[in-house]
Write a protein that binds this ligand. Structure first.
Ligand code: GRF
Length: 194
């Protein structure tokens, strides 16, 4: 069985979309793959309860318990490796990973970013897209490399920026596409590596 490990920090709506797609699209039968674990750096992350309700193993590695980024990433890698992952999925995981962590999972570590990369890496993507006068915005699924929000692009989706958009309304429109594109990109990856 190919194990997928998902890392979250917050609401986990992308994680939920992936878990639901895995069940609905029968990833276990089609690709021999399953979501084996959900790991959060925040104890209260609402996504953890949802994962538990689905019978998925969960773990919390609180980043503030570690003196350095390297120490946190080493503990995180131990928790991830406990599930022997074929694929590690960052889904709203709000920590910058060390080069050592990224290298360890090279080629099997992916992220979703709420902009049309290479435009607007980093935070506040929706406000920045509106302020720049963009007529379209969107979402990117990409392989993770050492440079933040870079790496080979696996999938993108475009949404319009409407004249009266706020960061919140634009974010909601993009998030709806995230929930479609991320599971699809993972299913494509599973198909290609079958
Ligand atoms: C998403 O917009 C994702 O693209 C960004 O953080 C948000 C996470 O949302 N990196 P959720 O936790 O999946 O609901």
């Amino acid at each position: 069985m190919k194990n997928i490990v998902i890392l979250i920090s917050g609401s986990g709506s992308n994680m939920a979309a992936i878990v639901h797609a895995a069940a609905r699209e029968r990833w276990a039968q089609r690709f021999g793959a399953r979501v084996a674990a959900v790991i959060s750096n925040k104890a209260g992350a609402p996504g953890l309860a949802l994962a538990q309700a689905q019978g998925i193993a969960t773990a919390v590695i609180p980043h503030q318990d570690f003196a350095t980024r390297e120490a946190f990433d080493a503990a995180l890698a131990d928790a991830v490796d406990a599930h022997a992952p074929a694929l590690v999925v960052l889904a709203g995981f709000m920590r910058i990973l060390t080069p050592g962590f990224v290298a360890r999972y090279e080629g099997r570590l992916i992220n979703i970013h709420p902009s049309l990369l290479p435009a607007f890496p980093g935070l506040h993507t929706h406000r920045r897209a509106i302020e720049a006068g963009c007529r379209v915005a969107g979402v990117t699924v990409h392989q993770v490399t050492v440079e933040l929000d870079h790496g080979p692009i696996l999938a993108q989706a475009v949404v319009p920026v409407l004249p009266d958009d706020t960061p919140e309304t634009l974010s909601a429109r993009v998030l709806a596409q995230e929930h479609r594109v991320y599971p699809q990109a993972i299913a494509d990856w599973l198909y290609e590596t079958k």
